[in-house]
Ligand binder design. Sequence first.
Ligand code: PEP
Ligand code: MN
Length: 363
Amino acid sequence: MEMLLNIIPINKWFKQLNSKPVIISGPCSAETEQQLLDTANAIKKIGKVQIFRAGIWKPRTRPVDFEGVGEKGLIWLKKVKEQTNLLTTVEVATPEHIEKCLKFGVDILWIGARTTSNPFSINEMTQALKGVDIPVMIKNPINPDINLWIGALERFNKIGIKKLAAIHRGFFPFELTSLRNIPKWEMPIELKSKFHNLPVICDPSHIAGNKKYIYEISQKALDLDMDGLMIETHINPAKALTDSKQQIKPEELKLLLDSLVIRTANPNNFNFINSIEKYREQIDSIDTQLIELLAQRMKIVEQIGVYKKNKDVTILQLSRWEKIINSRIKFGIKQGLSKNFIKRLMQLVHKESIQKQNDIMNN
Ligand code: PEP
Ligand code: MN
């Protein structure tokens, strides 16, 4: 059962957030007062950042690593706010973190990926926020379970937090990949289509894990009509105590923000709409044909299933499947399609075919 979320759009949270995309930036961790103020002042000068982030309590995998400066960092953040007028945001994971952030006037809270995964922690934090009007941004859980993500949004919404956003920071990879966390773009898209007002922000820094991929991921997020970006910036990334490889300098942030192309999701140019409409009609018609063909294929699969059942033949004949997959990949490549795409498509079709024949044989 899905709850409807009652959401206040991000441009209504603060007057500073009235333009899209919202840019959140700042170091992975607050380390010293100087580091924080230098980073914040340099970021402010760019003129395109509205929210300053800093981790005060760091959720580290192992206790030998730097776990954050704690409460004193909140005093530094207050200074940042006074000097730059930037809004501030901090990661919270416990009711005590929330109390301290409220005490020191942090503007926006965010929930880290590890915490979103734990409904007990989320419930405890909602208790600390009863009757409080503060925006909360919720990172996706470590594992790609969209319901866990939605569940956290629902829990905060239920106790009255309406200024909610989701942050897509990617998912733990089970294989060696060039990215630190695998983006699953279908999830932020699904969130947006389920909850129209819900702002969705992308965190390209934690998806990338390395600064060289940040631009590409940021542009993709904007092209998918995400509402904002959270990018880690450090005055001296090489010396950073956490996430050193993925943090960029303020001047690199400026370059990046200046080169991002901001495209519109609501074109009002008549010629554009007219010509894209023609293409869309073609796509609609091709999709109809694709689905009709798939349905025809499945009918034949079912007939074969009946035949195999009568003759006591196994569903899978490995040599036949290998022939299918190899020939389709070859043909697909000839048509200009990627090997990976055809392979995955045929695997999906094959899985469904096996399922159909399995139903026939065993029911
Ligand atoms: C962070 O933003 O520094 C952080 C710890 O991120 P995540 O929760 O996405 O791992
Ligand atoms: Mn980080």
